[in-house]
Design a binder for this molecule. Structure first.
Ligand code: BG6
Length: 503
């Protein structure tokens, strides 16, 4: 259970508040994890009564949570929700907010969590005014601020924003959110690696051939064209989510599960990633745009914003030297899947006379982060009564099959709880953000300085542009397109079999 606290949501009329934050807080409330003295105050420009705000949120919460949002619980929860109209660029409105929050807190006081669910251009003014109005002062309880992505649009702007944030808050008060870290299965990477003893010994350059991190989305840009077109896939997915997953796969064991121990290890990984050279961007990456992207709402006809990218990163340390990490993500892809594939090396010597040694599949560990959360280990076995014929077999753990099966909570549920409890382990520190931009900036700049003819197109519903296959082949590997339930179903009836002649 959390301590008594007030959660102030800036950007209360936005989608994030209605579709993610309030449902996540409601779930925590229903699970008895929120202290009864928890207050939620939404602030946005439009004038609205508390009741009108509650009603609006209720409609969205019902849509998001379905039957889980029962009237009785909602009524109890909604009593803690309040609304205050205000302009985030106006200091006077912060004084008014401060007076309202004090009135709501009464004699109880408590901590305050400020959630910036607002346009990035308002982050600077918001933290400045929080400080100017005294709302950041910890005289009567802790004060924390959650900052959403995107945190800057390059290294220079991220540094500038960090400086503004640090003028108002100490780093320990700042919670930069990346919802991927709130996903159970991303956290499970730590448990899988460090709560078992059999995987770590092979989790390195001696056994691993390459690592592939794929975040495929079936959806197109939809109504987010205005934002997306200024960001593109590299800013939208790589600098944050993909780099965080990479860090979780590559980091050394932290000495304990604590915010700084974990974040120090991620920083070491980012420091060891070879910074790409913008001049040779096509050597280590490929980008693409799905056909029809320029007809999306708020996307200009001549847009050269990439909706797909694949990037090879190398980590210059003892564990990973020579092991390429291939990261790829795109909109309008073949299926929705977030997957980490650890492709192991072939056995050093094969005593069987396999017809085609290149066809011999080596061990592979596939960690499906979403959907159909699973961990799968592939290995070779002998087909019974068929000479020395081999087949690929799998050991698979499906989250949905686990005996103590629980509904996997939404990432925001966990992250909001952690922020209220003062656990910053799953939030991003200022140095991580900057290092991650330092790695992505040359890729973004390299491609944006290329003429638009260089941007390959791909058909929606595919695995990206054909150039992506050529790209990975040039690095001596191939993509492992293993995601999605449909694909699994397609593959299962006919397991691969290869004939092995006696040596
Ligand atoms: C967001 C991006 O951060 O992550 C979106 O802005 C993307 O473009 C989303 O669709 C993906 O999140 P998830 O949890 O659906 O994989």
């Amino acid at each position: 259970m959390t301590e008594p606290a007030t959660i102030v949501i800036f950007g209360a009329s936005g989608d994030l508040t209605a579709r993610k934050l309030i449902p996540a807080l409601f779930d925590n409330f229903c699970k008895g994890r929120l202290h009864p003295q928890t207050r939620i105050v939404g602030i946005a420009r439009t004038a609205m009564s508390d009741d009108a705000f509650r009603e609006k949120l209720c409609t969205f919460a019902k849509e998001t949570l379905g039957r889980a949002c029962d009237d009785e619980h909602w009524e109890q929860f909604a009593g803690a929700i309040h609304y205050q109209a205000g302009d985030l660029t106006n200091l006077d409105d912060y004084h008014a907010l401060s007076a309202r929050v004090k009135e709501l807190e009464g004699d109880h006081g408590g901590g305050r969590l400020y959630y910036l669910a607002i346009a990035p251009s308002l982050y600077g003014p918001a933290v400045q005014n929080l400080s100017g109005s005294g709302l950041a002062l910890e005289t009567s309880g802790w004060r924390r601020v959650i900052v959403e992505k995107p945190f800057g649009r390059d290294l220079a702007s991220a540094r500038e924003l960090n400086a503004k944030v640090h003028d108002a808050f100490d780093e320990r008060q700042v919670y930069r959110i990346d919802h991927y870290l709130g996903k159970e299965t991303v956290q499970n990477l730590l448990v899988f690696r460090f709560a078992n003893s059999i995987f770590e010994p092979v989790w390195n350059r001696n056994y691993v051939d390459n690592v592939q991190i794929t975040v495929g989305e079936r959806v197109k840009v939809g109504s987010r064209g205005g934002y997306y077109n200024t960001a593109g896939v590299l800013r939208d997915m790589f600098q944050n989510h993909m780099m965080q997953v990479l860090a979780m796969v590559a980091l050394e064991p932290p000495s304990r599960y604590a915010a700084d121990a974990l974040r120090d290890e991620k920083v070491k990984v980012f420091n060891a990633v070879r910074v790409p050279d913008a001049e040779n961007v096509e050597d280590f990456s490929v980008v693409g745009q799905y056909a029809g992207y320029h007809t999306e709402q708020d996307v200009p006809e001549e847009s050269i914003t990439p909706t797909y990218a694949a990037v090879r990163l190398d980590i210059d340390n003892w564990r990973w030297q020579g092991v390429p990490f291939f990261l790829r993500s795109g909109k309008a892809m073949a299926c929705k899947t977030t997957q980490v594939v650890i492709q192991f090396k072939r056995p050093p010597h094969l005593m069987f006379n396999v017809a085609d040694k290149h066809d011999m599949r080596s061990n592979r560990l596939t960690i499906t982060i979403q959907p159909d959360e699973a961990i799968k280990l592939s290995f070779q076995t002998k087909v019974p009564d068929a000479g020395m014929t081999m087949q690929s077999s799998e050991l698979e753990f499906l989250y949905e099959d686990s005996a103590d099966q629980q509904v996997i909570p939404d990432a925001y549920e966990r992250l909001l709880l952690d922020a209220l409890n003062g656990d910053a382990s799953l939030f991003i520190r200022s140095d991580e953000i900057e290092l991650s931009w330092r790695i992505m900036d040359p890729v973004i700049n390299g491609w944006s300085s290329r003429p638009d003819e260089a941007l390959p197109m791909y058909k929606p519903g595919t695995w990206g542009p054909i150039e992506a296959d050529g790209f990975i082949r040039r690095h001596g590997r191939r993509w492992i397109n293993d995601g999605g339930k449909e694909r699994e179903a397609e593959r299962r009836p006919a397991p691969e079999r290869r004939t092995v002649q006696p040596a």
